[in-house]
Design a binder for this molecule. Structure first.
Ligand code: SF4
Length: 382
């Protein structure tokens, strides 16, 4: 049976009480092996445990950090339906634990599960800022907007202590390099002292991913992200500091948060957002099984309708990976969502002006050799 089918059948066999205890505060309900593993594995009770024995009691999962030492830090892409060509991802895996997160399948490349492992085993890159400075100093480097981050959240809980994102921003600010941020966290406000001056120079914009005003839905769907009202406050604070704010109503899940789209856009415009975008729920690879398991556990009354509407926008499939279609689907329901979005943004004055960030102010760092010394030959010699 392919891994995705196993994911789909898992919920029938699970001991939900134990699972809920172990996964409290997490998004995924299970931790099956990724698609590259030859063996499929998941925990089960073999009956040997003594309930009175502490060692056999289910424990809630702790977050583990794994330090990575990459050689480079900027990743380039050529996707025609993505508006940026380079990203920096200081973290891989995300403790926010959104059940729909499209970065989940990447954990399978590391021999880990896109389920709970994705939320609890986080790869961190403390050397990101020094690598960035080196890359910016290369003679061949051409400045262009860096997306921080295209993969996982730059202001996830670990950032509060590790400050890797902040160190990257310090480098970008020092050399007047353009950057666009996207996050679901109010922690972005910690860095207003860096962000506001960059925005004033036309170097920075921030997108806040804003999915629901329903606190219960937010808590189960995105368990460790900022609560809805905190995201509105964040948009308001950023906007008041002169930072261009985009509200990303993403992902829209039919019959779950999609009916809220107009309210989300209204709250965002009221909080000062000037631009907005949306992306339809995407269910590639292991996410399909994880999402349907979560949906059936949390919203059994709506599960069938959600999946049926989603499939109506993907020609009967859970997901299609072609450019453009993967982001918004097609067919009558997809067109209806697109028309509603256009009408709401027009009525609210969103997307009336475009924001283009300046790359002409960039001043490259002075190259250093590996010992950190100035490279005199690159400076024209002594
Ligand atoms: S905050 Fe973003 S990166 Fe983190 S789990 Fe949610 S969708 Fe994924």
């Amino acid at each position: 049976m392919p891994p995705q089918e196993k994911w789909k059948t898992r919920s029938k066999d699970a001991d939900w009480a134990e699972m809920q205890e172990r996964t409290r505060g997490r998004g995924a309900l299970s931790n099956a092996s990724g698609r590259f593993e030859k063996q499929y594995a998941e925990p089960f009770d073999d009956g040997w445990g003594d309930e009175a024995d502490e060692d056999f009691k289910p424990r809630s999962l702790q977050t583990e950090t794994i330090v990575e030492k990459p050689k480079t830090i900027i990743t380039y892409n050529t996707s025609p339906d993505i508006s940026f060509d380079r990203t920096i991802n200081p973290y891989k895996g995300c403790e926010h634990g959104c059940i729909y997160c499209f970065a989940r399948p990447n954990h399978a490349y590391r021999g880990l599960s896109p389920g709970l492992d994705f939320e609890t085993k986080i790869f961190v890159k403390p050397s990101a800022a020094s690598l960035l400075e080196k890359e910016l100093a290369k003679k061949s480097y051409k400045p262009g907007c860096i997306m921080l981050a295209g993969d996982t959240d730059i202001y996830q809980p670990l950032e509060k202590e590790l400050r890797i994102t902040r160190s990257i921003l310090e480098v970008l600010a020092r050399y007047d390099h353009p950057v666009a941020l996207i996050t679901k966290s109010a922690l972005v406000m910690r860095d207003l002292d860096l962000l506001a001056p960059m925005a004033a120079k036309g170097l920075l914009s921030v997108a806040i991913s804003f999915t629901t005003l329903d606190r219960k839905l937010a808590r189960t769907m995105e368990p460790r992200c900022a609560a809805p009202h905190r995201r509105v406050e964040t948009m308001r604070a950023l906007s008041a500091a002169g930072i261009p704010v985009t509200a990303m109503t993403a992902p829209l899940i039919p019959a779950l948060n999609e009916p809220e789209m107009e309210q989300l856009l209204e709250a965002s415009a009221d909080a000062g957002a000037t631009r907005a975008g949306y992306v339809l729920l995407r269910l590639p690879l292991e996410i399909a099984g994880l999402f349907t398991e979560w949906l059936e556990a949390n919203y059994p009354d709506r599960a069938r309708r959600v999946m049926s509407l989603l499939r109506s926008m993907h020609k009967g499939e859970d997901y299609r990976s072609e450019w453009k279609v993967r982001q918004r689907g097609d067919g009558p329901y997809a067109e209806l969502i697109a028309a509603r979005f256009r009408n709401a943004t027009r009525r609210l004055g969103l997307n009336a002006v475009s924001v283009s960030l300046r790359a002409d102010l960039f001043r490259p760092p002075t190259p250093k050799d590996d010992s950190g010394q100035l490279n005199l030959f690159d400076q024209g010699g002594p």
